[in-house]
Design a protein around this ligand. Structure first.
Ligand SMILES: *Cc1c(COP(=O)(O)O)cnc(C)c1O
Length: 241
């Protein structure tokens, strides 16, 4: 439970992130309104989530299915007031049902098998789930996601499925101090998105989102066209390790 002090600190930090996005957008000649801030709430309790929503956040991301389930009652409460919940962590096919109960978007589709599992469940339930294809732009083996060369193909296959709507692409930037390298990865994701949009393949017309950039590299991502930046530590402080 955050104290009133902690709540105001969260509000200040969230506002500071908005300022960074604003400044980065202006520097890149972009309209700041094109860029949403997703708050990654892993390890944060429901009260901290409420504090950041009170500060104006409308987009919440959870990484782990267990945590999503534990926080589901609180998160579901927030949805009617306009809060969107995204799954941003690796998702196994056998956990799909648990995620669908709470998340409105799954950003981490990295295989056709996972996309089919989501598609089957949603089509049967008569709903449409927004999904993004996660791309591993850095090729670091520790990261999930399809490799850039395979991303457009997977995206077109996903876009053709019932029960899911391809809304864009997500990546975690390279873990490097070399800003040119990190930025090149974000540019790569943008080219994947542009290629898929230009393909005209069925269902790809809505694939406009670029979810990229985190607390340490969001300016680079905004410069390369991010439409969603995902921040955790910049809002909540360092996570306990
Ligand atoms: C934790 C996390 C973030 C936020 O990372 P910070 O460095 O804390 O801003 C963004 N995206 C994903 C997928 C995450 O797991």
């Amino acid at each position: 439970m955050p104290s009133p002090d902690q709540s105001s600190e969260i509000a200040e930090r969230y506002a500071a992130v908005r300022d960074r996005v604003h400044t980065g957008a202006r520097a890149a000649g972009r309209d700041p309104a094109e860029i949403r801030v997703l708050v990654a709430t892993k390890t944060q309790d429901a009260a901290a989530v409420r504090a950041v929503v009170a500060a104006g956040a409308t987009l919440i991301g959870e990484n782990r299915v267990q945590e999503l389930i534990a926080k589901a009652p609180d998160l579901e409460d927030l949805v009617p007031s306009g809060v969107e919940v995204h799954m941003i962590g690796h998702l196994q096919r056998n956990k799909v049902n648990q995620v669908l109960a709470t998340a409105g978007t799954v950003e981490t589709v990295d295989s056709l098998a996972l996309a089919r599992a989501l598609s089957d469940r949603c089509a049967r339930a008569g709903r449409v789930l927004d999904v993004m294809v996660q791309v591993n732009v850095s090729g670091e083996p520790s990261k999930s996601g399809v490799l850039p060369d395979d991303a457009a193909h997977l995206a077109c296959d996903v876009a053709a499925l019932d029960g899911v709507r391809l809304v864009g692409f997500m990546t975690i930037g390279a873990n490097s101090r070399d800003t040119a390298l990190v930025r090149a990865g974000f540019a790569r994701l943008r080219r994947v998105r542009d290629d898929v949009l230009a393909s005209g393949a069925p269902g790809t017309g809505s694939a406009t989102e670029l979810s990229m950039g985190m607390s340490g590299d969001l300016e680079l991502a905004v410069a390369e066209g991010a439409t969603i930046v995902r921040v955790g530590t910049a809002v909540f402080g360092a996570r306990p390790t």
